[in-house]
Design a protein around this ligand. Structure first.
Ligand SMILES: Nc1ncnc2c1ncn2[C@@H]1O[C@H](COP(=O)(O)OP(=O)(O)OP(=O)(O)O)[C@@H](O)[C@H]1O
Ligand SMILES: [Mg+2]
Length: 587
């Protein structure tokens, strides 16, 4: 895998900063708490001198009471400041997380289907669950550390120079050695973080696919194959994680060792000054304490760099989705569709899913009159689904125009366009809600009575009543108990309750047996009266009520007319009929 070195662009940085600065009052308060912590830290190092010189050497009894009292106060202030800053910064972090989660979800739901198909579902999910958390780490943890540790470093530096500036100057020739590895290790961690995040996203989508497709895996005996594929992915993840671990784990000991060299120098040089009488033991120990305490915030600041790098990698992936431009856009002041009878027209329509692929539709010219029932037939892959998808703008035609009621669909508000179209998709899609709510998706304000009516019309009423809780049964509770035909009929009920003037039925009844299909089709036939309807069917016997039949082959209209006309033509339609008759599909 190619590992990139991510960087946030200026506009993205500005976005994060403006997001965080909304909470400036809390930020200010948090900074204040951090300054309290830093001052308390400095005070602790300062206290070492009076403890040493006044209590141990001069044996001053007053100080014996005073200093512990001050120590208690210092520790209390440090604790309170610590709590305040942690609470406030995490509050801001969680707010930012929530903002990103909400905006990601809103963005992804609004993006065209083609985008969701192109990106893997698991990878998109990982943006909302995983990446967002890492950005929180960057915003809250890192920001707490940067301020608190920065202030602490300042406090300790003050103590160090205040106690013995000559010794301090000497030490600072040696100590910066410990800083160089911070830069070095940070870079490596950033590199591998991007790699692990991408592999994790890949793993997520793999899990999603194989769990939902577990039936196929079992039937085709692919368990061993899938296990191997999974192990290959976890192996790659392991490799990258270990590289990250090495870079992270090495950074502390290397810095500690180099820091140790600095401490050794201080003991030698500082000790010499105490022996010579130019310094007191209290000064020396206070100095040493400050240097030792300095190490901790510096080490944390080095980790902060790692957290920042990980955060940048995740933020980049989040922004990539957030800034994705929708290619199905609405006009500035779109028209609103009104009325109940719509003509649908395809005017020299061509469509391809991908630029360099064969087009799925070629030069389609077709006028469907208001209230006409049009049947679409043809071999699989002929372009039937692709054609009907252009009407509600699930996809946009690559060339030519799709018109509804004489208006280009691109000129109409997307909401008003889709409000007037009802669809039963080729794969029945139900959500994990109650049966009632699933049907209600077609009309959010439907009454229970209307829902039951729609269910009856779709011949779904009886089997729904047989469920443990009837219409209130949650789809998930049924497990995989719902048959294909039952799912289809719930979907039909959902489409019917919408009562839209344009109806699209894409193999809506294909999972039913011929007899049940005919009954449902008949009911649908009644409902289609007065609506401009597109009916896609493989079983030709079920569409004999259509006023016109279109035969699509390789994305073009090959034949059109009534059943009788097409039979008389003895072309493709006739061949299809003959093939199905031979298979006994017509009964
Ligand atoms: N999401 C997609 N991305 C790329 N190509 C696609 C996509 N969906 C369909 N195609 C291709 O477009 C062509 C037409 O497919 P379409 O689904 O419209 O056929 P269909 O007539 O509905 O077939 P079926 O009867 O099997 O449902 C096919 O070659 C198919 O491979
Ligand atoms: Mg199809």
């Amino acid at each position: 895998m190619k590992i990139k070195n991510p960087k946030l662009t200026k506009t993205r940085q500005d976005k994060i900063i403006s997001l965080v600065s909304r909470y400036w009052k809390r930020l200010l308060l948090a900074a204040l708490c951090m300054i309290v912590v830093a001052c308390a830290n400095g005070a602790m190092a300062l206290l070492v001198k009076p403890v040493m010189d006044d209590i141990f050497i001069r044996r001053n009894r007053e100080m014996l009471v005073l200093i512990p009292g001050v120590a208690v106060l210092v520790f209390f202030l440090k604790g309170a400041g610590s709590y305040g800053s942690e609470y406030l910064m995490n509050y801001i972090g969680e707010k930012v997380i929530r903002f990103f989660r909400d905006s990601l979800y809103e963005k992804i739901i609004d993006l065209p289907i083609a985008f969701i198909h192109k990106e893997k579902t698991g990878a998109l999910m990982s943006r909302i669950t995983n990446d967002v958390n890492i950005v929180k780490g960057m915003v809250s943890t890192a920001v707490i550390n940067v301020f608190r540790d920065f202030f602490s470093v300042l406090a300790f530096l003050f103590v160090i120079f205040y106690r013995d500036w000559k010794l301090a100057l000497g030490a600072f020739i040696v100590l910066p050695l410990a800083f160089y590895p911070i830069v070095l290790f940070g870079r490596r961690v950033r590199k591998f973080s991007t790699g692990t995040q991408e592999t994790m996203a890949d793993l997520n989508s793999f899990l999603h696919e194989t769990f939902t497709g577990s039936k196929i895996i079992k039937i085709f005996n692919l368990e061993v194959f899938e296990k191997k594929r999974f192990k290959k992915k976890t192996k790659e993840l392991f490799r990258l994680e270990m590289k990250k671990v090495i870079a992270k784990a090495l950074s502390s000991p290397v810095m500690e060792f180099l820091g140790g060299l600095g401490i050794a120098f201080i003991i030698w040089f500082g000790g010499l000054r105490v022996i010579n009488g130019t310094s007191t033991p209290g000064t020396f120990f206070s100095f040493l304490t400050a240097v030792m305490m300095l190490y901790d915030p510096v080490k944390k600041l080095s980790k902060l760099n790692n957290t920042l790098q990980e955060g940048v990698a995740s933020a980049t992936r989040i922004f990539d989705v957030l800034e994705e431009e929708s290619f199905i856009v609405e006009k500035k002041s779109p028209e609103i569709l009104k009325g109940n009878f719509f003509e649908v027209e395809f005017d020299h329509v061509g469509f391809s899913y991908n630029e360099n692929e064969e087009p799925a539709l070629n030069d389609i010219n077709l006028k469907v009159a208001p209230g006409e029932v049009l049947a679409l037939v043809g071999m699989s892959g002929g372009g039937k689904t692709s054609l009907v998808n252009l009407v509600p703008r699930l996809y946009d035609a690559t060339c030519g125009n799709v018109l509804i009621a004489g208006k280009n669909v691109k000129d109409i508000s997307i909401k008003s366009l889709r409000d007037h179209i009802s669809i039963v998709t080729q794969e029945p899609i139900l959500f994990n809600e109650s049966v009632k709510d699933n049907i209600r998706y077609g009309k959010m304000n439907a009454t229970d009575l209307e829902i039951e009516k729609a269910a009856r019309a779709a011949y779904a009423y009886d089997f729904i009543k047989g469920f443990p809780k009837g219409f209130d049964t949650v789809i998930g509770e049924l497990g995989s108990r719902l048959s294909g035909g039952e799912k289809q009929r719930i979907c039909i009920a959902r489409a019917l309750i919408k009562d839209a003037p344009v109806l699209i039925l894409d193999e809506a009844t294909s999972a039913l047996d011929s007899q049940a299909e005919r009954v449902v089709q008949k009911a649908l036939g009644n409902l289609m009266k007065g609506r401009t309807s597109f009916v896609i069917a493989h079983r030709l016997s079920t569409i004999d009520y259509a006023s016109r039949i279109i035969l699509l082959k390789n994305g073009s209209i090959k034949e059109q007319g009534t059943h009788e006309e097409l039979m008389a033509e003895k072309g493709e339609y006739f061949k299809l009929q003959a093939m199905q008759a031979a298979k006994g599909l017509n009964n």
